[in-house]
Design a protein around this ligand. Structure first.
Ligand code: PMT
Length: 420
């Protein structure tokens, strides 16, 4: 099991179901991994297992109801929810999922859910018919849309003796998933202002329709040869993955790439600059953000030989090149009111100055200036370093993974959107 590197605070919510006793094992595993766990129970959960058990194991008061006489804190659901790094519900019943999905806050746990800024993970357990019921399915979809993570129940014999999906996932796996979320969140937060609402960030692009170009283009010389460049597609796909994870609808116009697209994005294939241009224009009307991450050839052979060019006795061969359409500049020219246009600048010297000139010439909102002369960043590498330049700001970012940089770029896109 992966170990968190600091004392994470977990709010463990326990609902009323046969599997409630398994929450004790999850609690112990999280404590062993160094987490500080506080427990909240629904009233029904206390029918299955006594709060005293959790109190003995955590040394802390177990919250069931804000109004309980023994509750030492008059606004407990706010204080509890604001002082945790993860709210983990084990087991989550159909009733609690329904309340969470509909914003009902009629007990301590559901009020805590509404007030929590921390990420939320639920491990449901219930009868198979309840799990499959359209109402539960709807609630699950809503919660997923709201950014709630699920540790899905597994198939097996249930407490009611029926067989099907609804059995609580293995406790080791629940603890493992929780620790993963904690580590991921801490990575994100260490790169970002601690005040950012991490749960909101996961869905902060849900209203955006992002159109991206990714990879290199291939410009045919003859049927077997082409002009291209070293773009692997890693940077563009990192942006696509980050945008999809944050709730955006993502369409990628993909040129030649060495890596596979991430899940959850629509991919349109294009080989040459001309094909990429046409695919972008076809998809532009739906887009609210255009990001040109592709390394598009600026020039292509003016005449493409129909058959393979043969070697001759001549020592040199001249291929005349002509300009390709500038996709980014065309998009900016056709922009509708809401469209944000983001370019990349691949430079080998005077990176920021050349990038700023491109921002102005192509009329962009943002340009990501990266130095492609370095081996450790840029083309093909897993890392990148960039300066994010807008009309009024320039933020120099240190070397980081392309995935992390992708989130930084999207943060900047959102900042520009909010300024509109
Ligand atoms: O794919 P990786 O291996 O991960 O590498 C990532 C990257 C270095 C390719 C990427 O980060 C990057 O810099 N992409 C842009 C490369 C590029 O073509 O830069 P440029 O300075 O030549 O072009 C400026 C901008 O105009 C770019 O947004 C480009 O997509 C766009 N352009 C250029 C020419 C053209 N005909 N049409 C365009 O849209």
């Amino acid at each position: 099991m992966s170990e968190p590197n600091k004392n994470y605070r977990v709010g463990l919510g326990v609902c009323g179901g046969i599997a409630a006793y398994k929450a004790i094992e999850v609690l112990r595993l999280l404590q062993k991994a160094g987490c500080d766990v506080r427990v909240a129970m629904t009233r029904h959960a206390t029918e299955f297992i006594r709060p005293l058990t959790f109190r003995a194991l955590t040394g802390a008061y177990v919250l069931v109801d804000d109004y309980d006489e023994g509750n030492p804190d008059p606004i407990a659901h706010i204080n509890f929810s604001q002082n945790i790094d993860l709210l983990l519900i084990v087991p989550a019943t159909a009733n609690t999922l329904a309340k969470f999905a509909n914003g009902i806050a009629d007990d301590f746990l559901s009020s805590t859910y509404l007030a929590a800024n921390a990420p939320v993970m639920v491990a449901p357990a219930m009868n198979v018919s309840m799990w499959n019921h359209p109402a539960t399915r709807r609630n699950i979809e809503t919660l997923k849309d709201d950014g709630v993570r699920f540790v899905e129940p597994v198939a097996g014999e249930l407490a009611c003796k029926t067989v099907g999906t609804g059995k609580l996932e293995d406790v080791e796996n629940i603890a493992e998933q929780a620790l993963k979320v904690l580590s991921l969140e801490s990575l994100v937060l260490s790169q970002k202002s601690k005040t950012q609402d991490s749960r909101l960030r996961t869905h902060d692009l849900k209203d955006e329709n992002i159109l991206l170009t990714v990879g290199g283009t291939r410009e045919a010389i003859d049927p077997v040869r082409f002009i291209s460049n070293h773009s692997s597609g890693k940077m563009g796909f990192a942006v696509a993955e980050a945008a999809a994870a944050r709730g955006a609808r993502v369409t990628v116009v993909r040129g030649s790439t060495a890596v596979e697209p991430p899940a959850g994005v629509e991919v349109v294939e294009a080989v040459s600059a001309q094909q990429m241009f046409e695919a972008v224009i076809d998809n532009l009307v739906r887009a609210s953000v255009f990001i040109g991450a592709a390394a598009v050839a600026d020039y292509r052979p003016k005449n493409v030989a129909e058959t393979k060019i043969k070697k001759t006795n001549l020592d040199s061969l001249t291929i005349e090149l002509e300009k390709t359409p500038d996709i980014l500049a065309n998009v900016a020219e056709r922009r509708h009111e809401n469209l944000l246009v983001v370019g990349f600048a691949a430079e080998t010297n005077d990176v920021a100055a050349y990038a700023r000139a491109k921002l102005e010439r192509k009329n962009l909102d943002l340009i990501v200036a990266n130095d492609v002369s370095r081996k450790d960043i840029g083309f093909g590498a897993d890392d990148n370093a960039a300066t994010l330049i807008t009309r009024t700001t320039a933020v120099e970012l240190p070397r980081m993974s392309k995935r992390e940089l992708a989130d930084k770029i999207l943060d900047e896109v959102l900042r520009l959107r909010r300024q509109q």
